[in-house]
Design a protein around this ligand. Structure first.
Ligand SMILES: Nc1ncnc2c1ncn2[C@@H]1O[C@H](COP(=O)(O)OP(=O)(O)O)[C@@H](O)[C@H]1O
Ligand SMILES: [Mg+2]
Length: 256
């Protein structure tokens, strides 16, 4: 809370320092990737970087954007609310710059480095919902699961990223916040009983809905090509599936 007021003061009183328009997401999303398949590939690469052995991509009602949903479920090490805030909610964060730039478990060379890959998801859907269940052996004994929603449409109704912070909510339970009826970003803790079966013992599920455009068969094939393995290394495999069809047994993606 203190931080929020400080940030507002910084800009209104001192009048110096950068403010960022919420259109940054649209601009970055468009600049980053030309194709929807590339945007989805960024999310798959993040699962790979998180030491996932399996990534399931599911698409339903893909020809009807309003009803269409794409979900990406991985069995990687996941995130905690804290790593979500400094990793996922920080634009151009340096999460993967530190150390030897390799994943903790399988020492995979990180595909991500610029800290903007997941912003390409803005291109795909108006809303991003994420549930993550952290692997305690990687993120610590106290690591807890969470659920969050990023409402891109709501974000773009606001002018600056400072306003996004003011219109976001963090609660213990995932309920409609009384303070913020339509939060731009909502984050809440997930109790042990609320963890979906498919995320046990750990992993991340990202749901994209509603879609901005319909997905075609050719887009799916492009995704297949973009998620293709470079080379295979022992048991260091990420199995990628699209609607139960194995897309690729992938190991090393090209780095960005
Ligand atoms: N599936 C995932 N599992 C675990 N962490 C993730 C996942 N997706 C994203 N993250 C976190 O979000 C951060 C931002 O991802 P991204 O925008 O692709 O940037 P980069 O991969 O270059 O760090 C990652 O560094 C990671 O901390
Ligand atoms: Mg990435």
């Amino acid at each position: 809370m203190m931080q929020k007021n400080d940030a507002v003061d910084d800009h209104s009183e001192a009048g110096l320092g950068f403010t960022v328009d919420t259109h940054i997401f649209r601009e970055l999303g468009d600049l980053l990737v030309g194709r929807d398949s590339t945007a989805l590939a960024e999310l798959i690469k993040n699962a790979y970087d998180a030491d996932a052995r399996r990534v399931q991509v599911r698409g339903t009602s893909l020809s009807d954007p309003g009803r269409g949903v794409i979900t990406i479920v991985d069995d990687g090490h996941g995130m905690t609310p804290e790593t979500f805030k400094i990793g996922f909610l920080r634009v151009a964060g340096r999460q993967k710059e530190a150390g030897n730039r390799r994943s903790p478990k399988y020492a995979r060379r990180f595909t991500g480095e610029k800290g903007i890959g997941r912003l390409a998801a803005h291109k795909l859907a108006k809303r991003l919902e994420i549930i993550s269940v952290p692997d305690k052996s990687v993120l610590g004994d106290k690591a807890t699961a969470f659920k969050a929603v990023i409402d891109w449409d709501r974000i773009e109704e606001l002018n600056t990223l400072d306003e996004v912070r003011e219109h976001s909510s963090q609660t213990d339970l995932f309920s409609l916040s009384e303070v913020e009826p339509r939060p731009a970003v909502q984050l809440s803790a997930l109790g042990p009983n609320e963890i979906p079966f498919e995320l046990q013992p750990h992993g991340t599920k990202i749901s994209l809905q509603p879609l901005r455009r319909s997905w075609t068969e050719s887009e799916r094939i492009k995704l297949y090509n973009e998620a293709q393995p470079r080379r295979r290394v022992g048991d260091n495999l990420t199995r990628i599936e699209w609607n139960r069809l194995v897309l690729a047994l992938s190991t090393n993606f090209a780095t960005d």
